[in-house]
Write a protein that binds this ligand. Structure first.
Ligand SMILES: C[S@@+](CC[C@H](N)C(=O)[O-])C[C@H]1O[C@@H](n2cnc3c(N)ncnc32)[C@H](O)[C@@H]1O
Length: 212
């Protein structure tokens, strides 16, 4: 019997998970109004949703939008958030690189990119989320002074992020190795990949960026 991914149908029918990009585009510039909240956080690559759901539960004043590509992970992220009392979050099934089509300039207050796929082989570096164009787009959707937290446990990706941030004119940033700077901002727990990385003794690099 062929394998059937039961999450495809669940995502298609879920009122809080958008796969139709036209629906996402229609909310551009109107996300805060839609949520009736004054501040908006966006996480790209929510994975199984530990960080996203804890953040949403701890920060009821924030509108929370998560981006993820995988069906099961979208469902798990929503379920965890709802279980913790945040049924009002929205998840988008779309490439994170499409943020400027979905969010207006200065619409986002906090952006998180945690343990995005490191693509360690040289020929695959073009697939990394962090690129010069992506940083320009991330800065454009952030409000002035807005936060962008990036973390990785892959040394070559950490060096790549550092290089790209160093030549990026839109952010100031501080780099921390094996520290948890986000704890100073929010009381959220680690992501699944951070927990795994720490268990395996990986060195974790954090880049806490602020839009100039
Ligand atoms: C290595 S996992 C990390 C998940 C989670 N942030 C964590 O730390 O546990 C990367 C996640 O990003 C998603 N992803 C990969 N490329 C993406 C892209 N271009 N846009 C949005 N999500 C992406 C993957 O499906 C995966 O769930």
């Amino acid at each position: 019997m062929p394998y059937e991914n039961i999450y495809i149908k669940q995502v298609a029918e879920h009122p809080h998970i958008y796969s139709d990009e036209a629906l996402m585009h229609a909310k551009k510039g109107k996300w805060k109004e839609f949520f009736w909240k004054e501040k908006l956080m966006l996480e790209i690559g929510t994975g199984m949703g530990n960080f996203f759901s804890n953040y949403a539960a701890n920060r009821p004043e924030m509108a929370c939008v998560g981006i993820e590509l995988k069906f099961k992970r979208l469902i798990r992220t929503y379920e965890k958030s709802a279980l913790k009392g945040r049924e009002d979050v929205i998840l988008l099934k779309v490439f994170g690189q499409k943020i400027p089509e979905i969010f207006a300039e200065g619409e986002v207050d906090e952006l998180y990119l945690l343990f995005s796929d490191p693509w360690p082989k040289k020929g695959h570096h073009k697939n990394r989320v962090i690129q010069d164009d992506f940083l320009r787009n991330a800065a454009s959707i952030l409000v002035s002074g807005g936060i962008f937290l990036i973390k990785t446990d892959e040394a070559s990706y950490a060096a790549w992020i550092d290089e790209h941030l160093a030549r990026c004119p839109y952010f100031t940033y501080e780099k921390n190795e094996n520290e948890e700077p986000e704890k100073k901002l929010t009381p959220e727990t680690a992501t699944e990949f951070e927990t795994m990385g720490r268990r395996e003794g990986s060195k974790i690099a954090s880049f806490l960026c602020r839009k100039k």
